[in-house]
Each structure stands twice: as structure tokens, then as C-alpha cells.
Design a protein around this ligand. Sequence first.
Ligand SMILES: CCCCCCCCCCCCCC(=O)SCCNC(=O)CCNC(=O)[C@H](O)C(C)(C)COP(=O)(O)OP(=O)(O)OC[C@H]1O[C@@H](n2cnc3c(N)ncnc32)[C@H](O)[C@@H]1OP(=O)(O)O
Ligand SMILES: CNCCCN(C)c1ncc(F)c(N2CC(C(=O)NCc3cnc4ccccn34)C2)n1
Length: 405
Amino acid sequence: AEKILDMLRQAGVSTENLDEKKHAFWDTQPMPHGQQSDLPEGPIVPNKNPDEIRSEPYNMPTGFEWSTLDIMDPVQREELYTLLANNYVEDDDALFRFDYSKEFLEWALTPPGYSTELLLGVRATSSKKLIAFISAVPANVKVQSTSRLDVVEINFLCVHKKLRAKRLAPVLIKEITRRVNQTGVFQAVYTAGVVLPVPVASARYYHRSLNPKKLVRVGFSRLNPRMTMARMQKLYKVPDTPKHDLIPMTEEHVDGVHKLLSAYLESKFLLHVNFSKEDVAHWLLPRTGVVDSYVLVDEQDKTKVTDMVSFYHLPSTILGKDDTLYAAYSYYNVATTMSLLDLMRDALILANSTGTDVFNALNLMENDTYLEELKFGKGDGNLQYYVYNWSCPSMKASDVGIVLL
Ligand SMILES: CCCCCCCCCCCCCC(=O)SCCNC(=O)CCNC(=O)[C@H](O)C(C)(C)COP(=O)(O)OP(=O)(O)OC[C@H]1O[C@@H](n2cnc3c(N)ncnc32)[C@H](O)[C@@H]1OP(=O)(O)O
Ligand SMILES: CNCCCN(C)c1ncc(F)c(N2CC(C(=O)NCc3cnc4ccccn34)C2)n1
């Protein structure tokens, strides 16, 4: 269809109403399409009553079957790890592929209120091999003037490389939608590197080199022709210890972090999670090699948290080489006794001391107040934010206060 459209365009034929069928699946989904931009904020398709929701699973092609995953079973967790390690997101030049660890997947998929029914896999009936997956975990968010909306966060959509372009993804998406609807939830939040109908916000990736020698060696960065490697290492060198006495977050800080983070998100952003204390404990208590969180506490009252910084660890396999790129991603950060710039300078120092090669941040929240000063370079990756079955005006990246994994 694209080729025909291009030929028509080259012949000077206007195609604006022809390419509406550009998305055979997504044009059937309740997402804001152009002409609906004047819709009031809210659901596009009204909530369904239980008896209006299809009761049987969607049909898989012959030879494949649905199979929910018990992520707490090490064998099944290993199966998911292997599927993603070999078939999940790669960069456009196929230099890297995300290598979410088993511990990371357990963390990402077991927040308070999660259900195995929504950790949805597809197996080949004969071999029982896991060949596809999609996940939904519960969250409550504020989106613009809707202060509390029950949603799911969708992630880890993956179809084995050998089964691509067979329209399996739409079946996975329809089935997870059906199951989520059965729990009484009708909206979802998700991000993707691809542009689909229709992003609610677009964010840009920025990268801060910590180990430039490795980044140049593996092709992540290029050495500026007018610069020697020694000069580049000097440029990106960071101290060994942080300027402030940030300490690792522990259980006793959960209430203080919940209070600090909730007030910050509520005051500044149009899209953010309404974290419960249990959510804060799950998403922010440190897990080695998965997520690190540090807090600054008030000297007089040790349970009062005044500042926090956190980042998650998502390595990438370097394709074709037996090597790994160690990346840390900025997560949730709140500065009240110092500038965010000062706080993030310490984040780089803390991440560097855990063997990180590159520290990544999106231009969300207030991140653009420090990216340039701290020598982040603009990446070529964009991350599109989506809210499924929700009509609302689009937002700037700085209005977005939610970081998905
Ligand atoms: C209320 C509850 C609602 C819950 C659901 C909310 C929606 C959740 C939506 C999912 C959020 C996921 C969040 C993340 O995990 S983003 C990460 C996605 N995963 C990867 O990129 C891993 C590597 N790639 C793959 O595994 C496959 O290429 C995937 C599985 C991505 C597509 O498989 P395949 O390449 O074999 O294609 P197909 O022939 O089966 O299907 C083609 C159709 O699929 C549409 N497509 C392609 N990529 C994506 C994508 N990333 N999100 C949504 N749709 C996508 C495409 O536009 C086309 O539709 P249309 O253009 O013709 O219309
Ligand atoms: C559905 N969850 C969304 C978050 C998944 N995340 C972290 C992600 N989604 C799309 C991206 F574009 C992206 N980028 C980080 C930037 C980057 O580092 N690009 C070079 C690179 C190194 N390793 C990889 C692996 C895959 C793709 C690019 N890679 C671009 N990150």
C-alpha cells in the first residue's frame, strides 16, 4: 500500500484520505484519530459491563496456544528471560538488544496487585516453546484533569523473530485487552520507540558517557575527530564519591519517600502515577543490579526524606560480540535542599561506581534543566507515550511524570 501511495504522490495525486488505512489494526482501536481531537477528555469507548466483554480467548493460529506465566517460578522466569534476550527491542542499526535480567523481570512484573492472568505468553503447542509475550500490571494514574484513573501498564510485547509479520501482535493486544477489561479496567499506559496512532507525548533519549573508551569501542559513541581518547576520558571523568551524603533507601524511608515523591509528582506533572506506600516500597527499594535508590534525610528527623535519586539498570547485549553495554536509566528524582543539577551530578557518580558505561535520561519531568550542563548528548532514540482508549490533548515531555521500564 505504501508503494502505491508513494507512486500516487509522485504523480501529484493527493492521498490524504487514502492512507487512512495505513494501520489496519490500530485504526480499529479506540485511540484519538485526527478528527476526534476536539473530543472532551475521557474514555473514547465507554466502560463495558461484564456481560458485554467477550468471554472466550481470541483464537491463536493453529499450532499456538495461550499460556500465562508464573514469573515467580524460576523455570518460567528463565523462559521469559531467554525469549526477550533473543527477540526483544534492538536499535535501528541492530548493534544492541536489551538484556533485561531475570531479577529485573521479576521486579517489573510483580508490583502490588499484579495477576499472573495478565502475564500472557504464547507457546507452540507441539514443543511448548515460549514464542511470544505481553504483560499488563495494575497502576493508578492522574492524567490531566482526571486525578485518579485505574489503568494497566503494558510492556514487554515480543514475538519471536521467526514469527514476525504474521499479525500475531494484534491478537496479543486484543487478548490482553479482553483480560484487562474483565478486571474492570479500560485504559492502559505504554511507551514504544515506534510512532503509532496516537502518542500523548514524545520524549527524547539523552546519554551521559561514563566509560567513553568502551562506548567508542563498541560503536555506541564516536570519537570526535578533533579529540584524543585521553582528552575524551578527561572530559567525562567523574569523582569517586558523591558531594552529598546520600544513603541507600531502606524500609524506614518508605513513608518519607512516598510523601516527598507524591507531593512532587502531584505539583508538577499532567501524567503521573498515584503511588501507594506499597507501590513506593516495590518500585523504589533497592534491588542489586536492578534498581538503586538513594535518599537524603533531615538531620533532626531521620524519617523525613528531603531529596531522592534513583536509577534502574538495563544492560544491552552487543550483537555479534560476546560483550555487554551496562546502561543505567534515570528513574525518579526529587531535589529540595539542592538543585536538581547538583543531585543528578551525584547520580552520575553513584551510577559510575556501580560499573555503568552510560547513564540514560529522557527529557521528561525537569530533566532538561541539567542535561546539557552535565554533558549528556542527545540520542537518536525517541520514546512515544500512549494512553489507550483515552482522548486528551497531547502534552509536552516536561508535563510527563511517569517512567516506564
Ligand atoms: C485496556 C487495556 C488495553 C491493553 C492494550 C493497550 C495497547 C498496548 C499496545 C502494545 C504496547 C507495547 C509496548 C511495548 O512493549 S514496546 C516494545 C515492543 N517490542 C519490540 O519492539 C520487540 C521486538 N519486536 C517484536 O517483538 C515485534 O516486532 C512486535 C511484537 C513488536 C510486533 O510484531 P510483528 O513485527 O510481527 O508485527 P505483526 O505482524 O504481528 O503486527 C503488526 C501490527 O503491530 C503493530 N505494532 C508493531 N510494533 C508495535 C508496538 N511496539 N506496539 C504496538 N503495536 C505495534 C504494527 O503497527 C501493526 O499494526 P498496524 O500498523 O497494521 O495497525
Ligand atoms: C517499552 N519500554 C520502553 C523503554 C525501553 N527502552 C529503555 C527504550 N526503548 C526505546 C528506545 F529507543 C530506547 N533507547 C535508549 C536509547 C539507547 O540507548 N539507544 C541505543 C541502544 C542501546 N541498547 C539498545 C537496545 C535497544 C534499542 C536501543 N539501544 C534509545 N530505550
